[in-house]
Design a protein around this ligand. Structure first.
Ligand code: GLA
Length: 385
């Protein structure tokens, strides 16, 4: 039993004197395809061995009682009269209640104890993990009979409407649909997906956490989503068939946007290139050309840093360190950006020495002690008890 599971179980018993249902919903990595989801492109995420845990039970009244074990904070509200919380974390749960009520599901009162081991703000989608754990758990205790894809969409909407981040569908999708030792190739337009086996002999997915957490992350994220839409509306004037950047080609971007604002041009160029890169990277994976795949990760980083401008000096420095290591096949910043982790593919027999060198170099440069996570790909949201 993982520590976080044990924690929610024990606290629930102690505080509420009953045995709860416990749901585990993982964080995610994304191998390639960043900032493509809300542009209706492709992504290649996987659920990992770090997760949010929600221990839950129904109540007789309409009270919602929440307890965040890691923060030792509680929050109480009601189904009939809830609001945003200044504490932040309750919003990920309440946003789900809000969505369920909007589709006329009869949510009743409930108790929930929450814990998890997804590092917060590290780009591994701790918030999506909590949203997905919540919707899965509420679906179970109130017998709503929701399908998994419906839960994905509702959890995404919860984040868009209640939390206020215009995120795409990747994180919630990866958390709910993840499968052990597989990455998910998702077409964010049609929502068709396939599981691609990802068990590379002698290679590990390693995350180098810059430990930088920029408050810019959500505001700048929304700026990027609107810059992409702006680009689309300009392209549409000439090519009305282009509904999203997924439908645009590099030629269209060059033709219609190179004389517009440089920001818009760069953002759109990156997105179109990234979609193409992902498709080629999947071919590399199918052909066992993992070194080519790794090179594409570096190209993605370059694009995220120079064109999409969502990196930061600390992440760029980590990338410069990974490039010096022949035991690292590829690396790039991961997730929304402005801090968080670098994802890399590292040869197992050199892992220890590489981690030591990069940690040291990072400390010397920034005086920040970085965390390093060696991740396993695990199953998506499930009941553990
Ligand atoms: C965040 C969002 C996702 C996705 C990534 C960037 O994790 O929640 O929807 O847009 O950033 O790829």
């Amino acid at each position: 039993m993982r520590a976080a599971e044990q924690i929610v179980h024990n606290i629930f018993l102690k505080k509420l004197n009953e045995t709860p249902l416990i749901v585990c919903s993982p964080g995610r990595v994304n191998l390639i395809g960043e900032h493509t989801d809300y542009n209706m492109g492709y992504v290649l995420p996987a659920a990992i061995d770090k997760a949010a845990y929600v221990a839950i039970s129904k109540r007789e009244d309409d009270t919602i009682f929440l307890f965040a074990a890691d923060l030792e904070e509680s929050f109480t509200t009601t189904v009939s009269n809830y609001n945003h919380s200044d504490k932040g974390w309750p919003n990920y749960v309440i946003s789900i209640v809000d969505q369920l009520l909007k589709i006329n599901k009869k949510v009743g009162g409930f108790n929930a104890v929450i814990s998890g081991d997804v590092p917060l703000g590290a780009g591994m989608s701790s918030s999506a993990a909590l949203e997905c754990a919540t919707i899965f758990a509420l679906n179970e205790i109130f017998d709503f009979d929701l399908e998994k894809m419906q839960m994905v969409k509702l959890a995404q909407k919860a984040e868009n409407e209640f939390v206020g981040v215009n995120c795409g569908i990747m994180d919630q999708f990866a958390s709910l649909f993840g499968k052990k030792n597989h990455v998910l190739k998702l077409d964010c337009r049609s929502l068709e997906f396939e599981y691609i086996p990802f068990k590379l002999e002698g290679i590990k997915i390693v995350l180098f956490d810059s430990m930088v957490r920029h408050s810019l992350a959500s505001s700048e994220y929304n700026v990027r989503t609107s810059q992409c839409s702006e680009g689309v509306s300009i392209i549409q004037q000439k090519y009305p068939e282009v509904k999203t950047l997924r439908d645009a080609t590099i030629d269209m971007v060059n033709e219609c946007l190179s004389n517009e604002s440089l920001d818009i041009y760069h953002r759109c160029k990156y997105v179109v290139e990234e979609n193409n890169r992902l498709l080629a990277a999947c071919e590399d994976l199918n052909n066992g050309k993992i070194d080519h795949f790794g090179q594409k990760m570096y190209e993605t980083h370059q694009g995220l840093s120079q064109l999409y401008e969502v990196s930061c000096p600390e992440l760029d420095f980590i990338i410069s360190c990974t490039k010096k290591e022949i035991g690292i096949l590829g690396a790039r910043m991961m997730g929304g950006g402005f801090g968080g982790c670098v994802i890399s593919l590292v040869k197992e027999d050199e892992l220890e020495a590489i981690v030591k060198r990069i940690k040291e170099a990072y400390w010397n440069k920034t005086k920040i002690e970085m965390n390093v996570y060696i991740t396993q790909i695990e199953d998506g949201t499930h009941i553990v008890k």
